[in-house]
Design a protein around this ligand. Structure first.
Ligand code: PMP
Length: 426
């Protein structure tokens, strides 16, 4: 039974190699936190389609909502003929977003598009051009978002030049010797050396860096960014594409820092597996571009709006924000226990159910072990667990298991990680 191998051969012949693939597995069916491949093998899914499946594979409430929508209409283009699910979803997200001010929301299809639109809106509102992003940040694969992304290989290699007027400040990282003071100082140094503060339209930041290695921004850092932005008339954009939709224990991660950004980008888990993204922000800011300046043929597809409304229902019915916090505690406690017996685990960190381990040779934080992360993910696949790596040095293993997964499934996955670490270090 070599179905995966023969499909991989066809994939290699038909699809460019640049579209990478972390596991040589083809899925046949998914249900909540479990997947069955084309050979009938079962896996526990700790990847969730890269942070898309907080409500699990084929959540019955989400599927029912999309099926009902399929029977009514599937596409009009919202800028041609509007439909209520788009407006209702905007109202719901406006009510959820932090900040004591009027808000508006627009929808796109992908995370990168949401970031692109947030930048367009920031420029239209401020009439300024420059953008500050952070080292190790990730914002997408389009040329503007690649420019914002703070990691070269593999994302940026060979694709430049990138748009002008983008500057990178240091993201704080206590473990790797960058304090909040140093991070703020690196922004001041951009104002001194690269671009005057009065030409900066926006600072864009992930409250927890996703692809960059699950680096949590200290609340104090986000508060100081807010103050710095207010001081200079700069807009603060939180990229919550990976952290949002309840992954960190609140609907938006910034809620835990008591910071209200001017705009927030959202995508991934907001529609439980259907493609949609959002920009939510201050109503006056969001209204800066003139009519016709924003949009897209598929932006805010009715099917995805129906799915996103259902995801909000599932969060309420199943109390998934509480579940996210409990799950985070369960994962962190268990991984810390593992760290005591596996020296390669140099750090266990996260926010809510966005949890990762950093692997280093002999537990020395200065010796990142990407090879170990790769071998752990490969061994886990063999043993029926899907894991994802991330991090500037590729040595972080992250967990994005559905929040709807049972404790038993989560514990089963964690036991596989423990067994894999024992096996690959033997
Ligand atoms: N921003 C962040 C923080 C992300 O994690 C991602 C996707 N990993 C993106 C933007 C880009 O989203 P998409 O792949 O949907 O374009």
């Amino acid at each position: 039974n070599l179905k995966n191998a023969s499909l991989m051969a066809r994939r290699r012949a038909a699809v460019p190699r640049g579209v990478g693939q972390s596991h040589e597995v083809f899925i046949a069916r998914g249900e909540n936190a479990e997947i069955w491949d084309v050979e009938g093998k079962r896996y526990i899914d700790f990847a969730g389609g890269i942070a898309v499946l907080n409500t699990g594979h084929c959540n019955p409430t989400v599927i029912a909502a999309v099926k009902a929508q399929l029977d009514l209409y599937t596409h009009t283009c919202f800028q041609v003929l509007a439909y209520e699910p788009y407006v209702e979803l905007a109202e719901r997200i406006n009510a959820l977003a932090p900040g004591d001010f009027a808000k508006k929301t627009m929808f796109l299809s992908t995370g990168a598009e949401a970031v692109e639109n947030a930048i367009k809106i920031a420029r239209a509102y401020t009439k300024r051009t420059a953008i500050i992003a952070f080292t190790s940040g990730y914002h997408g694969r389009t040329l503007l978002t690649l420019g914002l992304t703070g990691k070269v290989a593999p994302y940026k290699t060979g694709f430049g030049p990138f748009p002008a007027e983008i500057f990178h400040a240091q993201f704080p990282n206590a473990l790797h010797g960058v304090s909040v003071d140093e991070s703020i100082a690196s922004i001041e140094s951009i104002f001194k050396n690269d671009v005057e503060a009065s030409r900066v339209a926006a600072i864009i930041v992930e409250p927890v860096q996703g692809e960059g290695g699950f680096n949590v921004a200290p609340p104090e850092f986000l508060q100081r960014l807010r103050a710095l932005c207010d001081q200079h008339g700069i807009l603060l954009i939180a990229d919550e594409i990976q952290t949002g939709a309840g992954r960190t224990g609140t609907w938006f991660a910034v809620e835990q820092s008591d910071v209200a950004p001017d705009m927030i980008t959202l995508a991934k888990s907001m529609a439980g597996g259907f493609p949609i993204s959002a920009v939510v922000g201050r109503a006056d800011v969001m209204d800066a571009p003139a009519p016709g300046g924003l949009g897209g043929t598929y932006a805010g597809s009715p099917l995805s709006c129906a799915a996103a409304l259902a995801v909000l229902e599932v969060f309420k019915q199943e109390n998934l924000l509480d579940r996210s916090r409990q799950l985070g505690l369960r994962l962190t406690t268990s991984l810390k226990k593992m760290a005591a017996s596996h020296r390669c685990i140099a750090d266990v960190r996260g926010l809510g159910a966005m949890v990762a381990i950093e692997l280093c040779k002999g537990g020395d934080i200065h010796q990142p072990d990407a090879d170990m992360a790769k071998r752990l993910a490969a061994e886990a696949t063999q043993r029926g667990l899907i894991l994802l790596t991330c991090g500037t040095y590729g040595n972080v293993v992250r967990i994005l298991v559905p929040l709807t997964a049972s404790d038993a499934i989560v514990d089963e996955g964690l036991a596989i990680i423990d067994a894999c670490l024992t096996a690959i270090q033997a």
